[in-house]
Design a protein. Structure first.
Length: 74
């Protein structure tokens, strides 16, 4: 399953908190796609994934935002 979150305009740590809330309702192997605008978000999501065991598959810049793809671990 893939879930998308539009987190543009939110400042950290709100994007990571909202992503974590969505992840708790998902299953291992699912993919979460987050679009963010806060320049601190890519680093915050990298730290979040490192501490939770989820995999940050990609972080790409799109105009004034970043699209982060996270694969959930077990």
């Amino acid at each position: 399953m893939e879930k998308r979150l539009d987190l543009r305009g939110l400042s950290c740590p709100i994007p990571v908190l909202k992503a974590n809330k969505a992840i708790r309702q998902m299953s291992a192997g699912d993919v979460l796609v987050c679009e963010v605008t806060d320049p601190a978000s890519p680093g915050d999501f990298q730290n979040f994934c490192s501490s939770t065991g989820h995999q940050l598959i990609s972080c790409e810049t799109h105009d004034a935002s970043w699209v982060l793809i996270i694969k959930l671990s077990a």
